[in-house]
Design a protein around this ligand. Sequence first.
Ligand SMILES: NC(=O)c1ccc[n+]([C@@H]2O[C@H](COP(=O)([O-])OP(=O)(O)OC[C@H]3O[C@@H](n4cnc5c(N)ncnc54)[C@H](OP(=O)(O)O)[C@@H]3O)[C@@H](O)[C@H]2O)c1
Length: 340
Amino acid sequence: MNIAVLGYGTVGSALARRLADSTIPNLRLTHIFDRRAPLKRDARLGDVVWTTDVEEIFASDAGVVVEVIGGVDPAREWIRTALARGKSVVTANKQALAHGLRDLTTFACRQGRQLRFEAAVGGAMPIVRAISDAMAGDRVTSISAVLNGTTTFVLSHMEETGLSLDAAIDAARTRGYAESDPAADLDGSDASAKLIILCAVAFGIDVTLSAIETRSIRELTARDILSARRSGHVIRQIASAAYDARLRALTAWVAPVELPRDSFLARTRGVENAALVGCQHAGEIGLFGHGAGGDATAVALLSDVLAIARDPAALVPAPVLVRPSIVTGLTARTVVEEAV
Ligand SMILES: NC(=O)c1ccc[n+]([C@@H]2O[C@H](COP(=O)([O-])OP(=O)(O)OC[C@H]3O[C@@H](n4cnc5c(N)ncnc54)[C@H](OP(=O)(O)O)[C@@H]3O)[C@@H](O)[C@H]2O)c1
């Protein structure tokens, strides 16, 4: 199976290294597309075509295109074009999916190709496959999760050091865990995009970003963290969704929440992610793992590539998505005072 990678940044370069070093038989990295490909060329990757012309990827004999460019467009359009040109696609791009999951999964299915996106939610925490495969025999009723590694790092760093939010953000930037503008992380839109993908996979519903109420962690102070700590709590950015299929009623929000220190989600540190998935028959299932970082995210991408390589002709049915009739967000209470 020949593999082409779109985007040679943090994740794309980690994946390319894994593919080049990999002892996994039958996978071959053949093409890398990046707008600065000539500057990024790395001889250690061996005999790879480096290009700034995306058409060269579509015209290539790659069976799988891995999209790790990020952002909505042109990434969304390129995913579609790759599918149209007969390639299966693996992506880590939650923004493109949050704005086009229904269209892209339906199109992939119509083309008889696969679109896999484990890396788009939770990095190396395998929540998409867990829900869509391992829990396929159950009905998922709720998801409560820590889905943003940057905010987990910032909040756990504040706990450990007593630093202010701004100082903890600087520490996250220094370690490469926060972008120069971390607004999407702090204000919850990154976690909302991931929650939209999970709502589609878990409940079969189509939600828009604007339907998910979000509250930022920006207002939190070192004093808030300390007072939570004194009462045996920690604060984490929680993404929550619960769906009543009978009423077609969804409750979905992203907000900072006080959690008992020994609870499952509160154990996240650094860039860890965690999720509790409530199922009708199996009860609650917990997942935990590194939510960010090139190497960790490359694991999820590589696993999706391997799934396609194992069975290139597999049909992955597009989820039949319905719109919820009722959508509610947070209650009026201050979320930071509300322990889950
Ligand atoms: N980083 C993580 O820990 C992580 C975890 C999970 C998921 N993801 C997702 O993985 C994707 C990639 O993230 P990343 O951290 O690797 O981003 P990144 O470091 O910014 O890499 C993106 C790469 O794509 C190139 N690029 C961007 N737009 C392009 C365009 N229009 N044409 C050609 N090349 C373009 C960039 O070039 P320049 O160098 O010139 O900007 C860069 O090399 C995103 O969707 C992100 O949400 C990332």
